[in-house]
Design a protein around this ligand. Structure first.
Ligand SMILES: [Zn+2]
Length: 349
């Protein structure tokens, strides 16, 4: 491992913004800004139950996962045509490129859209075209992960997978998201087994609000390669050991955790504890339009609140590349650029 040079504390926020990083936990529907929701509603002749952008933004005062999800699904209802999905992804990718995101693996929820009559081709083709264009025009690498909504049935997940099969080369993996409590990973054991047979990468949300047992079953029953959130793992010493030993990455989302009251304050966040225990934690934005910040806001705010250091910053960015589903050749290029960024910050002193 690269020996991280001492970086003055006052330069840490600039370093966090400048360092190349991968984003591995971003729901594209959660990047829909109120302005774009209104633009799309107008374009599609839809009337929103909010009079203005400001009124919609003020409705974002949710207090837990469920109250957030209610408004999240309402926002996603304006997405009808391939171009709508393209525009949403393109806006996120431009924003991520500004935050020096070198690579991103984007979650999307097809069931949210197919439920009101949008074809899965419309969703996947729009998102995929935005990823392709962003690679050429913004220099950012982007792939797609199809997520099953866990509050829906196993049959609905299977149906979604069937619909996606003709487009399977446009996604790198599958995930599991939405309301965690009462919907343990094992509900989707057979769907994930089928996806594994198809050669797809596997991830799942577990241990955000749910117990460590959900993380165990995501690992042992679903056989996922990464855990999304996973912050409740600290309540189970054996699980912490397992996650560290197997280098199972956790895609941690500090501002989301704060907004949904997983931790009472950002200062109470356990990111530092996860790193100390040798876990491959990463920092991500989850639903940036709703949770008050994109990836660099997550980095700068959690570092300011918890006193993490430049060494932690390097580790988190390095972990994000290692935990990605990108090629080893790409990982080496990004990790080299990461090292160069840290060296540059010392030289200017
Ligand atoms: Zn999430």
């Amino acid at each position: 491992m690269f020996k991280v040079p001492p970086i003055p504390a006052d330069r840490l926020p600039a370093l966090l913004r400048a360092m190349p990083k991968a984003e591995l936990h971003i729901h594209i529907e959660g990047s829909l800004e109120p302005e774009l929701i209104f633009t799309l509603a107008r374009r599609n002749d839809l009337t929103l139950p909010y009079a203005s952008v400001d009124e919609l933004r003020s409705a974002y005062a949710f207090t837990n996962l469920q109250s957030f999800l209610d408004i999240y699904y309402a926002g996603a209802s304006v997405l009808l045509h391939e171009q709508d999905f393209y525009d949403m992804a393109r806006a996120y990718l431009a924003r991520a490129a500004m935050d020096n995101v070198a690579h991103t693996e984007i979650f999307f929820d097809p069931q949210t859209h197919t439920a009101h009559g949008v074809a899965i081709e419309t969703v996947i083709n729009g998102l995929h075209r935005a990823c392709e264009d962003a690679r050429a025009e913004l220099g950012i690498s982007a792939t797609l992960i199809l997520c099953f909504l866990r509050h829906l049935s196993e049959a609905s997940a299977f149906e979604t997978l069937e619909q996606a099969l003709p487009l399977i080369d446009k996604i790198v993996g599958v995930g599991l998201d939405s309301s965690e409590l009462g919907h343990p990973p094992e509900k989707f054991a057979r769907v994930f087994a089928r996806c594994r047979d198809l050669g797809l990468h596997l991830v799942a949300h577990a241990g955000e609000e749910g117990p460590p047992a959900y993380i165990w079953s995501a690992l042992d029953v679903l056989k996922v390669e990464r855990i999304d959130h996973g912050v409740q793992a600290v309540h189970d010493a054996a699980l912490m050991k397992r996650l560290a030993q197997d280098r199972i990455a956790l895609t941690v989302c500090p501002l989301s955790n704060q907004k949904l009251r997983v931790f009472p304050n950002l200062a109470d966040h356990n990111l530092g504890r996860l790193l100390e225990a040798g876990l491959a934690a990463t920092v991500n934005s989850d639903d940036p339009a709703y949770f008050g910040g994109y990836i660099n806001d997550n980095f700068t705010q959690v570092f300011a609140a918890t006193g993490l250091t430049a060494r932690n910053a390097y580790q988190l960015a390095f972990n994000s590349f290692e935990a990605s589903f990108a090629s080893n050749a790409d990982k080496r290029v990004w990790e080299h650029r990461l090292k160069e960024t840290f060296e540059r910050f010392v030289e200017y002193d």
